[in-house]
Every structure is written in C-alpha cells, then in structure tokens.
Design a protein around this ligand. Structure first.
Ligand code: NDP
Length: 439
C-alpha cells in the first residue's frame, strides 16, 4: 500500500481475496513456496495511453486510456472496457484482478484483464462517441487480438461503442476476427450476450435459494442501476415470478411499489439514454430520489423494505449502513450483478447474518462466460440459437454455484460463497501458474 497509496479499490479487492485464502495457504504450503501471492497481485502488463480526439465544436479533447493485462495463466486476456469519468489506474487494477478469479470460476480458457478510459459519454453526440472510440482503438489495436486479448463492454461501453472500435480495428489491421465481444448480432455477436450478466445473476440467486429450499417466486426485489446488467436482471426476475420494485442511475433512485415498468425503462435508458426521473411523466405515483437527497451514510435504494437485493450499478454502492438496513427490513438474499458493489464491512454483515449472499465474481460471471461462447462461435464460424446459449449460461451459473458452495464446505465454512468462490477461482489460476513455471 505504501508504494501506491492511491489504489484504494485495488487494495480493497486484494484484501478481500487474501482474507479468504488464509485457510488454503495454511493447508497447502506450495502456493507460498512458489510466491504465488506476490506474483498474482502484479499485473503481467499495464498499458496507459493518450486518447486525443476532436469534439463537435472543433476543440481538441484528451483522455487517459488503459488496458491492464493481469493474468494469462488460463487463456487469452479477457475483460471489459469501461468508459466513465471515474476511471483511473486503481479502478482498472481492481477490476482486472477480480476478473482473473471470475474467469477461472467459469472453467473456460480465459485469463483476466480490464481496460477503459476516463471519458464521459454523457451528453456526447454519436459522432463524438465514434471519434473517441476510433482514437482509443488507434493505440489499443497493437495490444489485442483474437488469440491474445479480447476486450468486451462494461459501464459506458455497449454494442454501439464495440461497433465503432471493431470498425477501427479492422481498418488498422485488415483482419476480420473475433477481437471484441458484445458485437452486434448482424456481424458476429452472440445471441443472449446482452442478457447474459443480468440473467446469469438471477439464475445464481435462484440456485442459492433452492439450496435453502426456497425460490424467487413472489419475492420483492430491490435492483440498483438501469444499464445493461440491471435491465436484464429485472427481465429475468419477472420471468421467474419475482417483482423488481426499484432501479437507479447516476442521477437518482426510482421506487415503484407495484413493480418497475421494464418496457418503459428500456425506452428511457436503452433508447433515449435519459435520466430516470422521466419515468414519473408516465407514473406520477412512483418515487424518485435525486442523489443529492441520499442519506449521508449510504444509498436510498437499499432503504426500502424487500426480500432480496440486486446491486447492478457500480463499485461500493452498498455501505455497512445500507447492509444493516436491508437486514433489519428482512432482506434475506443479496446477489451482486455489479463488480464489488458492497464494501468489505457490508459483505461481513451479510456473512455474519447468514443470509444467501452471492459475491460478484461468482454471481456476475455469466457475462464473461457468454463472451467466451461468442469467441467459440466466431472461431468455429457458427451461430448458436438463443436457447442453446441460454442453456449453457444456466449450466455455467449452476457449476459456479456448486464449485463455490462445495469449496466453502471443504473448508468448514458452509454457505460462505465469498470464501468458496475465492478459493475455487484462485486454486485453478495458481495451479496453472505453477505448471507454467516462473514467467
Ligand atoms: P451500464 O453502463 O450499462 O449501466 C450502468 C448503470 O449504473 C447505469 O444506469 C449508470 O447510470 C449507473 N451508474 C454507473 N456508474 C454509477 C455511479 N458512479 N453512480 C451511480 N450510478 C452509476 O453498465 P453495466 O450494466 O454493463 O455495468 C454495471 C455493473 O456491472 C458494473 O459494475 C460492471 O463492471 C458490472 N458488470 C458488467 C458486465 C456486463 O456484461 N456488462 C459483466 C460483469 C459485470 P447512468 O444511466 O446515469 O449512466
């Protein structure tokens, strides 16, 4: 920490993993003998670059671009690109580090990486987004490739941005290859990729409940976020008989007691890309709380009564006080669609309460798993049906749940899926690193 004091989120992620690994490291000396911890916390490569572009007024803008290629023990680097003003080296490293273990849990041959830029797409025209994406790819293209590093989307990067980046990659290299996932269905994308992270998180939640003799039917659910993950989590919740009663965006939180109108949310957020407050034009009885009115110790979205919570927006959006309020209000299931949405003390509160808690690296792995299925389709020049991909996704989520649950049991921590997922993921990567020698 002393050598890089600003990497708060990265240290938070490392601390969480190291705490869970203690019983494994005590039991098995070879990981320490091979200096696996010292090696695994250091990215194999970090690329930082200038992204200059011209806005619609003719002004030159400059952003910071990143790609952290963290670990390739299990396969080519894989992980999303995030365009958000909060992006910095510490956030890229935390996301890349988490990605290593998440990808290992899918049991697919993919290493861990993350990238992005501190670019704010809000309020930018389509032409500005295109010029930014092209400039970003002007540097990134030399570091990626279908067999070495395959980026995907994340916050602020959807099918539109992937399209502009793919076009520029093709122009620069002359190669039409599966170098990015999350592509349009017209030219190499996979059916069910868009839905995969949200659907996968809800499948995972249902497996956790089934283990406890329960299911999602009839459950009232708080969801945060209103982007790709949140929207398809809400869609699957409705399909499984549950009711999402909230969502949120960077402007505020929306609460609709009788259930969120998902078609309207899709129109507002996927179509017009506007603020959630506009929902009130159609449903004046819903409640919208602007960010300025959030409690000082947390977030309005977690202060409503519900059976289950699905944080699907961003990191550290669920504090200890939020966790305590959820528990007091009877919430008995928390499943993370976003990456590291709960602070470490919030996680401990869930674990101590013994509720069903699905940590992000297990619960939201459906997105990257389906990205790998997109790579497999591209490589074999095939297209699978929605049902084929969805069936595989469901099976992968089930396998991740079983791996995390059985590993927790193996270490006498029944139900602690944080420990189970961290040890199961780490063991695969560490064993591969040992077999590949000190490189
Ligand atoms: P999107 O950009 O599609 O949506 C993000 C949503 O969260 C938006 O509604 C956005 O608000 C809101 N949001 C983002 N940052 C903040 C913030 N700092 N404060 C408040 N609200 C915020 O991203 P995704 O849905 O793809 O990603 C959401 C989370 O899921 C992230 O943690 C991501 O890393 C994780 N994830 C995504 C995967 C994927 O396949 N897409 C895979 C695995 C994890 P607004 O609409 O105002 O911008």
């Amino acid at each position: 920490k002393r050598s890089s004091p600003a990497q708060t989120e990265f240290y938070q992620a490392v601390e969480e993993i190291l705490n869970s690994l203690e019983p494994l490291l005590e039991k098995n000396q070879r990981y320490q003998q091979q200096a696996i911890i010292q090696r695994i916390v250091e990215p194999e490569r970090q690329i930082m670059f200038r992204v200059p572009w011209v806005d619609d007024q003719g002004n030159i803008q400059v952003n910071k671009g990143y790609r952290v290629e963290f670990n390739s023990a299990l396969g080519p680097y894989k992980g999303g690109l995030r365009f958000h003003p909060s992006v910095n080296a510490g956030i890229m490293k935390f996301l890349g580090f988490e990605q290593i273990f998440k990808n290992a849990l899918t049991e697919l041959p993919i290493g861990g990486a993350k990238g992005g830029a501190n670019f704010n797409p809000k309020g930018r025209s389509d032409a500005e987004i295109m010029r930014f994406c092209q400039s970003f790819m002007n540097e990134l293209y030399r570091h990626i490739g279908a067999r070495c590093d395959v980026p995907a989307g994340d916050i602020g990067v959807g099918a539109r941005e992937i399209g502009y980046m793919f076009g520029q990659y093709k122009r620069l290299t002359g190669q039409y290859e599966g170098v990015l996932t999350g592509k349009s269905l017209l030219w190499g994308g996979s059916l069910a990729r868009k839905e995969a992270t949200g659907y996968g998180a809800v499948y995972f939640a249902n497996y956790m409940l089934e283990e406890r003799g329960d299911n999602l039917q009839g459950k009232r659910c708080l969801v945060s976020g209103a982007g790709n993950v949140a929207i398809y989590a809400m869609e699957k919740l409705y399909q499984l008989g549950a009711t999402p009663i909230s969502c949120s965006d960077s402007s505020g939180t929306l609460y609709h007691e009788s259930g969120i109108d998902l078609k309207l949310i899709k129109r507002l957020k996927e179509g017009r890309r506007c603020d959630l407050v506009e929902y009130l034009n159609t449903y004046p009885e819903a409640v919208h709380t602007p960010v300025a009115d959030y409690p000082s110790d947390g977030h309005t979205v977690w202060r409503y009564q519900a059976d289950a919570a699905f944080p699907c927006a961003t990191q550290n959006e669920l504090t200890l006080k939020d966790a305590e309020t959820l528990l007091e209000n009877g919430c008995h299931l928390v499943t993370e669609g976003a990456n590291m949405p709960s602070t470490n003390d919030a996680v401990n509160a869930f674990l101590n309460a013994g509720i069903a808690y699905g940590p992000s690296k297990a619960a939201n792995a459906g997105g990257v798993a389906t990205s790998q299925l997109e790579m497999a389709q591209n490589a074999s020049m095939q297209t699978w049906t929605f049902e084929q991909v969805d069936q595989r996704l469901k099976q992968i989520m089930k396998n991740i749940f079983i791996a995390a649950n059985e590993t927790a049991r193996e270490f006498d921590c029944e139900g602690n899926l944080v420990l189970g997922a961290n040890i199961a993921g780490f063991r695969r990567v560490a064993d591969a690193m040992i077999e590949q020698g000190v490189v």
